[in-house]
Design a protein around this ligand. Sequence first.
Ligand code: ATP
Length: 234
Amino acid sequence: MKLQVEALETGYGKAQVLFGVDLEVAEGELVALLGANGAGKTTLLHTLSGLLRPWRGRALWDGQDLSGLSPAQRARLGIGHVPEGRQLFPLMTVEENLRLGAAFLAPGRDGEGFARVYALFPRLAERRRQLAGTLSGGEQQMLAIGRALMGFPKILLVDEPSLGLAPRLAEEVLLALKRVAEEGVGVLLVEQNAALSLEVASRAYVMEHGRLVLQGPAHALLEDPSIREAYLSL
Ligand code: ATP
C-alpha cells in the first residue's frame, strides 16, 4: 500500500505555497523531505493529514482519493501525524498521553500499542507515570512519535522531530523512526537536519519554494554536490 500525491497545490488566503507536488511513500519506506525554512514542508504534511484543503491535485491512499476526508477519518485509514512542536499534554502522564493516540481504536487494542511503543522506547516505559511536561526534549519527541504509533498507522507523517535536540538525541530519534519503517510503516520525514535524515532514509525529496526540485535514493543525494553545498554545508 502507498500514499500517492498527485499535482498537489495549496496555500493560505491568496498566497500559493505548494506548486504541482508529486510524491510517493510506500509502507515500510522511510522517505525524507528536505528543504529550507518556509519551503512548504509543513504545509504539505498538513494537507496530507487533512488539516488544510488542497486547491488542486489530490492525495491517494491505497488508491483511495483522500479529498474531503477529515483528519480523524484519515487517522482511521492509517495516516498518522507527529506534528511539529510535539503538541503533548504536559500535565498528563506519559501513559495518558499515549492512550490518547489509541482513542479511536476498538477497546482493548491499546495493550498491544503500549507493548510496541515501550519496546521501541524503553525510556518511556520507565517514565510511564511521569508527567509529560517533566520529560527531556528527546523523551518528549519519543512520546509524540509513540502517541502516533498507538493508532497503528500505516504511514507516519513526522514534522521536524530533531528540532531543538542535542545531536545524540536527534540521532536516537531518527534511528527509532528507521526501526518503525523496518516494522512496515511508511514514514515521511520532514527534517532540517539533512545529513542525519539522509543517513536513515532510503529515498528523499528536496523542496524549494513549494516545488520538488530533486529526488532520488538517499545515498545518491548525500553525494550530490548541490545538496552537499546547500544542505550539508560540505
Ligand atoms: P519550516 O521548516 O519553517 O516549518 P516549511 O518548509 O515547513 O518551513 P511551511 O511552514 O509549510 O514551510 O511554510 C511555507 C510558507 O507558507 C511560508 O512562506 C510561510 O510563511 C507560509 N505559511 C505557513 N503557515 C501559514 C499560515 N497559517 N498562514 C499564512 N501563511 C503561512
